[in-house]
Design a protein around this ligand. Sequence first.
Ligand SMILES: C[S@@+](CC[C@H](N)C(=O)[O-])C[C@H]1O[C@@H](n2cnc3c(N)ncnc32)[C@H](O)[C@@H]1O
Length: 269
Amino acid sequence: MSGATEALRCFVRNRAGINLGADKDYLVVSRLKPQLSSWDVTSLDGLAERLRAQPKGALADQVIAALTINETLWFRDSKPFDLLRTVILPELVTRKATDRSFAIWSAACSTGQEVYSIAMTLREEEAQLRGLRATILGSDICEPVLARARTGIYTQFEVQRGLPVQRLVRYFEDLGGEWRVRPELRSGIEFRALNLLDLPLNIGPFDIVFCRNVLIYFELDVKRNVLAALAARTKPGGYLILGGAETTLGLTTAFSPVPGTAGIYRRTT
Ligand SMILES: C[S@@+](CC[C@H](N)C(=O)[O-])C[C@H]1O[C@@H](n2cnc3c(N)ncnc32)[C@H](O)[C@@H]1O
């Protein structure tokens, strides 16, 4: 297609790591064209030109946000949440004799379902946590999805994706057509805009990092850099949980797979 779509794909790859091939030109066009007038430009060429002149700032953030894929659901793939309760938390509890808190990071959390699924799991494992308190940071590059995550409000369609009815009743208020996560579940949770390619030095270190279904969009060198950045923010012995199609193997030695699990790694060095 045009040089403009190529320039825009290049822009989003350089800034966010998201690798959209030429076959994704339709996505660039269909997502950006409807917003052109709100950005005061008349064409994709004009938009590419503006971003060349101003690669950072509000417009750049909005263009990146428009090109992210935010697909998510509750307890996605279920296994990671089972392993959280059966493998990770029991081990963490034995190590946390003096330090009575631990920190979890959901590093590409989209609209928040992953974060609240973690919070529900912790709530249901209170007995084995024996008073250990958790904080959860949910972050994403896309501010609009974070704004939704902060409200904790989900449509009927969204709550039907992976959330058993018992949990819906226990953890959500019925707003009549929509559902809001109860305040008790939201306490201890913070949502913050962060780009995995440009993380501040002062976040973490975390005991458990969920970074699921985002590395799949990155090229090899970007995956390596992001995994190094995650390792630098994970405590020694801390856990990294990746998506089903993602691995650290061949990309870093800072994490090694936890035997008998799939998609769970531990910080080694
Ligand atoms: C497919 S969703 C995955 C959501 C959730 N982790 C899950 O597994 O259901 C991928 C998310 O990664 C975010 N993302 C893409 N590039 C990013 C980057 N460079 N830094 C932070 N988040 C990014 C997108 O905005 C999107 O919300």
